[in-house]
Write a protein that binds this ligand. Structure first.
Ligand code: NAD
Length: 281
């Protein structure tokens, strides 16, 4: 079984991006800039943002974090986004989710200029992805896609099952696999026989949030299995896939932690650079 090393893949991607940033700097005399807005003092969000800033600096991007207290008015956030939209030194804008209850998440997402939407959540980018046009692609599914392609460059005709239909993971993942000519089944909490669906799959991407849902006898021999889940349990962090069982059947499997997670941030950097490149055309 191939243990898909997300840490290594992310380090390789960051090294490529670092070179690309250096080339862009010598060509345009400036570097792509990522601005993250962080609202409130939720510890996981603070850790994510710190890691994003660290990785952005590592590849040579210009990075800035704007911090607001929980009590900040929605209007102030929207005005700041407008200001960043028209700032030519800002290539990518990310508002760290979740937001306090009094701030309308969708309003915030839609305020970001789609050409600077490094999370790929703006309806324009969602539509472009599903129509097969160029767009920012949500970072986690993009990371999953790059890991799958490393194992199997030609996905045409493969049967893929995506478990979970969130806007963040399942739906964009489905679009990426469709673009590669996979036959894709998207499954969710109302799917009647999830095991039977998974048993058909050459590729399984699990993004559910239920610890070790996908069992060993759900997985066909030689399937590629990507585990997006991050679940805190009494035994530590586990994924949505039962690692020990599935590793006996699968051709390739991502561990949790150290699989998809590290690719998410590397893909955020990639998206920032891609936004910059599109703005220079
Ligand atoms: P979500 O809660 O928004 O969506 C979960 C989906 O799973 C829903 O579409 C639901 O229909 C489906 N589902 C629920 N129960 C099911 C069942 N019994 N059978 C089949 N489908 C079922 O979750 P999300 O935001 O997509 O996140 C999923 C997991 O991925 C979580 O563990 C989250 O922490 C993790 N995550 C990891 C990363 C990363 O970087 N690795 C990034 C984002 C999210």
């Amino acid at each position: 079984m191939i243990l898909i090393d997300g840490k290594k893949a992310a380090a390789e991607l960051r090294a490529e991006l670092k070179e690309e940033v250096a080339e862009l700097k010598s060509k345009h005399n400036k570097v792509p800039g990522l601005t993250v807005i962080l609202i409130g003092d939720l510890t996981p969000s603070q850790i994510y943002v710190r890691n994003k800033e660290k990785s952005a600096n590592e590849v040579g991007l210009k990075s800035e974090v704007i911090k607001y207290p929980d009590s900040i008015e929605e209007k102030t956030v929207l005005e700041k986004i407008q200001e960043l939209n028209s700032d030519e030194n800002v290539s990518g804008i990310l508002v760290q989710l979740p937001l306090p209850k009094h701030i309308d998440k969708q309003k915030v997402i839609e305020a970001i200029d789609p050409s600077k939407d490094v999370d790929g959540f703006h309806p324009m980018n969602v539509g472009n992805l599903s129509s097969g046009y160029e767009s920012s692609i949500p970072c986690t599914p993009l990371g999953c896609y790059l890991l799958i392609k490393k194992i199997e460059p030609n996905l045409s005709g493969k049967k893929a099952v995506v478990v979970g239909r969130s806007n963040l993971n399942g739906k964009p993942m489905t679009q990426l696999l469709l673009k590669e000519n996979c036959t894709v089944t998207i499954t969710h909490s109302k799917t009647k026989d999830l095991k039977a669906e998974c048993l058909e799959a050459d590729i399984i991407v699990a993004a559910v949030g239920i610890p070790e849902l996908v069992r060993g006898d759900w997985v066909k021999k030689d399937a590629i299995v990507i585990d997006v889940g991050i679940n805190k349990t009494d035994n530590g962090i586990v994924g949505d896939v039962h690692f020990d069982e599935v590793s006996k059947n699968a051709k390739a499997l991502t561990p949790v932690p150290g699989g998809v997670g590290p690719m998410t941030i590397a893909c955020l950097l990639k998206n920032t650079i891609d936004c910059f490149k599109r703005s220079q055309i």
